[in-house]
Design a protein around this ligand. Structure first.
Ligand code: 13P
Ligand code: SF4
Length: 307
């Protein structure tokens, strides 16, 4: 504890000195999420907040694609990543060249890419989406473009889960998976229901479709947190990265959280000491080639314009 307190105090002082804010994703460890993070949320909320944030410096307590999204939306601000190696298996699963090849194979079909991608991939896309707005985005794109086929890249499971909500459309998927969510199985859910009678099962749509089908509700990290707040189940399990349950549990002491643990190794790379170092040394600064950034920003802004 004394070390945590010392880092938190140092980070708070540095935030004032640098006019900095810390954006914290819902998967951040509780000692970051509940202390130095000024704005917390899912990928969609962090992207929205990045537009309005009144600071010179943004520190991303999250993974690299989230920092790139913040930089795209704030080109004049300094965006710091405490550890540049904090990546994402989905972002790694596809390159800009892959998107160009898919476009060549499906001419005229609009491309919607998940926010969990590099800026270079976003630059090849027409729209971006998150797990919080994917259904809304594909419906809006289909209407605007007058099409019923959409390339939805790169998360195969998210595309399959969204497909169930929009049977009128044909979503063409890629083969990317989240290394955390792909590990859950329907057997895990059956076992959890047996060992914890009455448990309400909430799952992230990056899980395989058969896992989502076995759950009671599926939604983004923010949607799962809202579900707990709105329904106050006596017992709940969040089928997602496990720091999330620690963070949501803080606001709901009356709810029993069953906690199977799959950690995201990329999110875990962010620590109080490296947030402190980022602000002390003003590293590592996220830079995006302006030619890429202009096109990638368009895809993110088109997403944010869909309400
Ligand atoms: P959310 O957009 O639901 O926060 O998800 C981001 C993510 O990386 C999930 O693994
Ligand atoms: Fe990427 Fe999965 Fe980690 Fe989210 S949990 S950042 S999708 S690897």
């Amino acid at each position: 504890w004394p070390l945590i307190v010392r880092d938190v105090e140092a980070i708070e002082a540095l935030k004032r000195q640098r006019n900095a804010v810390v954006l914290g994703h819902n998967y951040q460890a509780p000692e970051i999420f509940n202390t130095v993070a000024d704005i917390v949320g899912d990928s969609l909320a962090l992207a929205r907040e990045a537009v309005t944030v009144d600071a010179d410096v943004i520190v991303m307590a999250g993974v690299h694609f989230m920092a790139e999204t913040a930089k795209l939306l704030n080109p004049s601000k300094t965006v710091l990543m405490p550890d540049m190696e904090a990546g994402c298996s989905l972002a790694e699963s596809i390159t800009a060249e892959d998107v160009r090849l898919m476009r060549a194979r499906y001419p005229g079909v609009p491309v919607v890419t998940y926010v969990n991608t590099s800026a270079a991939v976003k630059a090849e896309s027409d729209y971006c989406c998150t797990s919080g707005n994917a259904v809304k985005v594909v419906r809006a794109v289909a209407k605007e473009w007058g099409v019923n086929r959409i390339l939805m890249l790169p998360d195969e499971y998210l595309a399959q889960n969204v497909q169930k909500e929009v049977p009128e459309l044909e979503l063409i998927a890629w083969k990317g998976h989240c290394e955390v969510h792909e590990r859950f199985t329907p057997t895990d859910i059956r076992d959890l229901r047996e060992s914890h009678p009455g448990v309400v099962v909430l799952a992230h749509p990056e899980c395989p479709p058969e896992v989502v089908e076995a759950a009671d509700f599926a939604g983004s990290t923010a949607a799962m947190a809202d579900y707990v707040g709105d329904h106050k189940p006596a017992r709940v399990v969040l089928i997602t990265e496990c720091s999330m349950a620690d963070n949501v549990a803080v606001s709901h002491p009356e709810v029993e959280f069953v906690r199977p643990c799959n950690l995201c190794p990329h999110m875990r790379r962010i620590t109080l000491p490296n947030i402190r170092r980022a602000l002390e040394t003003m590293t590592h600064q996220v830079e995006i080639d302006p030619l890429v950034a202009d096109r990638a920003r368009l895809a993110v802004e088109r997403m944010l314009a869909i309400r």
